[in-house]
Design a protein around this ligand. Structure first.
Ligand SMILES: [Cu+2]
Length: 143
């Protein structure tokens, strides 16, 4: 897979000339750099990507500027469903109070814009027992 997110592929195919295969189009769209793995620069639209795959959030911690948006994408190839849910499963009263994606199937995305400075912990409500699926972080810095 050249493209990392379903939305990229969809945007790409919308631009495609009828009859041109989506695969070719996706390869073109990623020629500018669809680098795999976390920690890379934000996408051109300023949205910071977090991949959910192999039962883990990658990168597990992202640092963004106030007002930026984080987009989580379920990139699992094994069909696993995930959520991104604010807080910690150890604090049920607080969990999900800031955001809760609900179930994300492979290919689904969820976005949240962070207008407040701070450090926000989140987890996957389905796999909260896995260390890689809890205590993930979005750190929001003042501009
Ligand atoms: Cu999960």
């Amino acid at each position: 897979m050249a493209c990392r997110t379903f939305k990229e592929a969809r945007r790409c195919s919308a631009r495609a000339v009828p009859g041109v295969s989506v695969v070719i189009c996706a390869a073109l769209a990623c020629a500018g750099g669809c680098n795999a793995g976390g920690g890379g620069p934000p996408a051109d639209d300023g949205v910071v990507q977090v991949s959910i795959g192999n039962l883990a959030f990658t990168p597990k911690s992202v640092t963004i500027q106030q007002g930026q948006t984080v987009r989580w994408t379920n990139n699992e190839s094994n069909g696993a469903i995930h959520t991104t849910t604010s807080g910690s499963p150890d604090d049920e009263a607080q969990a999900g109070q800031l955001w809760d994606s609900g179930e994300l199937n492979p290919g689904d995305t969820f976005e949240r814009t962070f207008s407040d400075v701070g450090e926000f912990t989140y987890f996957c409500d389905i796999h909260e027992e896995l260390a890689a699926m809890r205590d993930a972080r979005v750190i929001v810095q003042a501009p």
